[in-house]
Design a protein around this ligand. Structure first.
Ligand code: ATP
Ligand code: MG
Length: 451
């Protein structure tokens, strides 16, 4: 038997007291059977949304049009959905309308995969598994309920979910289900970017996202969603690498920290401009001049198209743009300070974890180069001791400069401040008001005044 958390049992007792049916469904049942942690409780009931609303104090009408309300009960969130059948899916984007049904069995039929259609009857304390979900869990197989072609035509997000679940649990996609994905590409093309993005976020948070991206490539989904990655298939990498650009990107992504979406996206896309940047010299050696800039631009386009937040779009592009640093032990403290100033001290930890992932993705070994480790030490030493790394750390600001030189606001002020910053990055002892104002004056008179 399976262990149901106490808070779920006491939640269900409210339904039972009021003579409503109450089932735990979806991901929570699947995860409990698999022995995985779950915090996401979906409840299915014959109570209508307005009846559920009357039963509890804290109810948020999150999806009334689908028959869903969110209830907060003893600090835990429950998504409560009235049993439903989805009527005609007109355009494969979303159900057109919902029709309620008194039957849990009907409700389970409209779900996507067998492993997601197991219900736990909280009244009787027993599992209801009409589609053989437990068997598929045991065999580690992802199988659509009913005819995959029809089910995917109803909702084009399901094929993407198939690849996501397959990566999340390391499950094989059953053959007909997989064929169904290939047949459903036209429907997938009509799904909103926001819904696809949400699945990609879950895929990118899984332990081994490459499993899902490979399935997306084989089934044709990747060509629809991120065709820029398809172009990397078969593009060679220089020596030291074991894989082509596509696989290198996937394994770098696997190696990036799963809790950091920006770094995972940056790892997935950091060389995506290589097909464009590729050239060969007379000796036949490969070069990818400027690929970090091309890759950053493409990464920005992809993440924007997929409707990621601006914060993620910019963060990803920034990491990609700066991933090609080449440190050597001759770098002075000043050189390291200039590097930090260019990249932004707040971005250093993410940039380093991208570079580690990049190195692991060379050949899928855990080896990190001695040079990267010594750069990390040097960076953290400077971060710990440096007093000046950005304009804000200077002992003078724009107003001080304008007053002392009697000049008006304008681009000159920025140029002067940046020149002062470069000098202080070289020699921190220059960060004193009088010294800086004196330097500003000399620089202004010799370089700017006559312009
Ligand atoms: P996760 O643990 O990632 O949340 P989940 O299985 O709970 O996985 P949700 O997206 O939260 O996935 O959906 C909850 C349940 O609703 C699913 O288990 C499935 O039964 C059903 N479901 C969700 N999306 C669809 C869909 N597009 N088509 C059919 N059924 C779906
Ligand atoms: Mg869920």
């Amino acid at each position: 038997m399976i262990r149901i958390p106490g808070v779920v049992k006491s939640f269900s007792s409210v339904f039972i007291r009021n003579k409503f049916q109450c089932y735990l469904v979806g991901g929570a049942v699947r995860d409990i059977i698999m022995g995985r942690k779950t915090s996401d409780f979906d409840i299915a009931t014959d109570a209508k949304p307005e009846e559920v609303t009357r039963l509890f104090h804290r109810v948020i009408p999150t999806g009334i049009e689908h028959g869903t309300v969110t209830v907060i009960f003893k600090g835990t969130t429950f998504e409560v959905t009235t049993f439903r059948i989805e009527s005609e899916y007109q355009d494969g984007r979303r159900p057109e309308s919902v029709i309620f049904t008194p039957s849990i069995l009907e409700d389970l039929k409209r779900r996507d995969f067998t492993i997601n259609a197991i219900a736990y009857d909280l009244t009787k304390g027993e599992l209801l598994d009409p589609h053989g979900g437990r068997e598929d869990l045991k065999k580690a197989i992802l199988r659509a309920i009913g005819n995959p072609d029809e089910r995917f035509r109803e909702d084009g997000l399901r094929p993407v979910r198939a690849c996501r679940f397959s990566a999340q649990f390391n499950f094989k996609i059953e053959e007909k289900t997989f064929m169904g994905i290939r047949n459903a590409l036209n429907t997938v093309a009509r799904v909103s970017s926001e819904r696809i993005r949400d699945e990609l976020i879950r895929l990118l948070a899984s332990k081994i996202p490459s499993i899902g991206f490979k399935l997306m490539l084989q089934s044709g989904l990747l060509g629809l969603i991120i065709p820029e990655l398809n172009r990397c298939v078969g593009v060679p990498q220089p020596e030291l690498h074991c894989f082509d650009v596509f696989e290198h990107l996937l394994y770098s992504c696997d190696a990036a920290p799963r809790e950091n979406l920006t770094v995972r996206l940056a790892a997935l896309l950091h060389d995506v401009g290589k097909p464009e940047a590729l050239s060969r010299d007379d000796q036949g050696n490969l070069h990818f001049y400027g690929h970090e800039e091309t890759s950053a631009e493409i990464a920005e386009k992809i993440t924007q198209r997929l409707k990621f937040s601006n914060h993620i779009v910019q963060g990803t592009a920034h990491l990609v743009r700066h991933h090609m640093f080449s440190y050597s032990e001759e770098w002075s403290d000043a050189a390291v300070r200039r590097f930090i100033a260019r990249v932004g001290s707040e971005n250093i930890p993410e940039l380093l974890s991208l570079r580690r992932a990049d190195q692991i993705g060379f050949c899928n070994t855990k080896e990190i180069s001695y040079t990267l480790i010594s750069f990390e030490k040097h960076l953290y030493k400077i971060l710990a001791e440096a007093r000046v790394l950005t304009l804000g750390d200077l002992k003078v600001n724009g107003r001080d400069v304008m007053e002392s030189l009697s000049i008006q606001p304008g681009p000159q002020v920025g140029i002067i401040l940046n020149t002062l910053l470069q000098s202080v990055l070289d020699d921190q002892s220059l960060n004193q008001r009088e010294i800086l104002l004196d330097m500003a004056k000399k620089f202004y008179e010799s370089r700017l005044k006559s312009i």
